[in-house]
Design a protein around this ligand. Sequence first.
Ligand code: DX5
Ligand code: ZN
Length: 216
Amino acid sequence: MVTISPSLLSADFLDLKTDLERLNSVDNLWLHLDIMDGHFVPNLTFGAPVINKLNTVTKHSLDAHFMVTNPDFYAEAFRDLGIHNFTFHWESITHHDRFIQKLKEIYPSVGISLNPSTPLSAIPKYLLGKIDLVLLMSVNPGFGGQKFIPEIIDKVIELDKIRFDHKFNFQIQVDGGINDQNAGYLIQAGANNLVAGNYIFSEPNKDYLLRINKIR
Ligand code: DX5
Ligand code: ZN
């Protein structure tokens, strides 16, 4: 089954507790946390104190997506927050192998994210064998509610083929502009973890299960 990872960025920040409780009634979700530092992307979100609090309410695994210029700092600073998956941007660092080794010692799941314009060939095959997730951005990172870039579907197909050919186990996660119109194509292409913010949280009656089921 495809895992859906609702992005908290589009939740009601004045009533996060209620939104988190609503998501608790849905199974097989991750909770996607977009950590932005105002440098790697032109936006700033939330940090450790907020994550600490929301982890007392949510029952879902925390899926942290770091859009920051210094993920090494966050790997240390956020180590005791109960984060399940730590995804960093390939573009943000130089010593990928060393950093992945470090993350594997701290976090149960480690992911690499690629901006839309970063090709799959940027990641050497041997590193793909060491990680748990590849996040393909289907918008330019920084903001929720942007338009899906359809060319990413071909990137998912290409990555799925690499995964199959090398018997790799990583999940393929796609993030940005996902809705009931494009989710089917992504799943068919090989994606098994879809992040969705605006589409889920804009449901007029806050019936998030309805939108999650439409994606599934
Ligand atoms: C964008 C973030 C996404 C975003 C997804 O930089 O990484 O997780 O919140 O939101 P939607 O689904 O609204 O594009
Ligand atoms: Zn994200």
